[in-house]
Design a protein around this ligand. Structure first.
Ligand code: PSU
Ligand code: MN
Length: 286
């Protein structure tokens, strides 16, 4: 089983592309031989796996909360609907016995964190919860070197898939070296089992580069990210609103090109996640 998050659907992409992508990503997982489980809170109930009607509703619903570790339980107690971030999806996946989770990009240390202290709860979750998260690296709107430092401090293995450098979400590579590298799903599964055997808590982050054909090179995306960050500052965007604002602003500034890349990388991650899930299934716990 491969877990999929829902914040990407409600806060990461516009309708109707979000619904198309949510469905397409589930199909990629099925084609690769695994079972998708999109995770969300619907009217107070935590769903692990959404049926087509739920998925369609979620893609269009307004005022849906973006929930992380801090607020998921309270949103459920209030009977509200909430989209799960990477952190909340990991918690739900783990409680359902799912070991692998595919997303676009994880949250991380924001640029200017030395002033605004904005560090995503996704990082601490990776330190705590034993789930393998497949992502195209930390989102490039973040401070990638600081995010790497934080992950190291938290004891999270960061494994680049098939290359020596960290991918940067829209771009297939950055100039930040990856701490670990793997070229095989089976090896990633073996690493996860070895952590379990050692009694080390937490997950693994698999940094899977976007296919080069679909990437936006750093030289092209960096000035756009700068502009989007400037706009966010000017408008006083803060806390949970920062990531959705930036993603939407970058979508506007690239005339939709960023979304095309985003879709390509999510599908690519879903496929690798399915391969890892199958490897994990074939590798019993010791
Ligand atoms: N990657 C995307 N789109 C998104 C996100 C990631 O391409 O919408 C979401 C994920 O749910 C991630 C969250 O967990 O953004 C991080 O938000 P924050 O920086 O507020 O922790
Ligand atoms: Mn934040």
């Amino acid at each position: 089983i491969v877990a999929l998050e829902s914040t990407i659907i409600t806060h990461g992409m516009p309708y109707p592309q979000n619904l198309e992508v949510a469905r397409a990503v589930e199909d990629v997982v099925r084609k690769a031989g695994a079972v998708p489980a999109t995770i969300a809170i619907l009217k107070g109930a935590l769903h692990v796996g959404l049926d087509p009607v739920h998925l369609t509703d979620l893609a269009q619903v307004r005022d849906v909360a973006k929930v992380s570790r801090a607020d998921m339980a309270f949103v459920m107690a209030q009977g509200r609907t909430g989209a799960t971030t990477v952190a909340a999806t990991m918690i739900a996946a783990n409680s359902a016995g799912i070991e692998v989770f595919a997303t676009g990009g994880i949250g991380g240390v924001h640029r200017g964190a030395e002033i605004n202290f904005d560090i995503s709860a996704d990082l601490r979750e990776l330190a705590l919860t034993p789930v393998i998260v497949v992502a195209a690296g930390p989102k490039a709107i973040l401070d990638i070197p600081k995010t790497m430092e934080m992950l190291e401090t938290y004891g999270v293995p960061v494994i680049a898939y098939g290359q020596n450098f960290m991918p940067a979400f829209w771009s297939s590579t950055s100039d930040v070296p990856a701490p670990l590298r793997s070229d095989s799903a089976a090896e990633i599964a073996a690493g996860f089992r070895a952590r379990e055997a050692l009694g080390i808590s937490g997950g693994q982050l698999i940094a899977n580069p976007v296919p080069q054909i679909a990437e936006i090179p750093t030289s092209e995306i960096n000035p756009i990210i700068k502009q989007a960050l400037h706009d966010a500052n000017q408008r006083g965007i803060s806390t949970k609103a920062v990531t959705p604002f930036l993603l939407n602003r970058i979508f506007e500034l690239t005339d939709g090109k960023s979304l095309i890349t985003n879709i390509a990388l999510i599908k690519h991650n879903a496929k690798l996640a399915a391969q890892i899930a199958i490897s994990c299934h074939n590798l019993p716990k010791t």
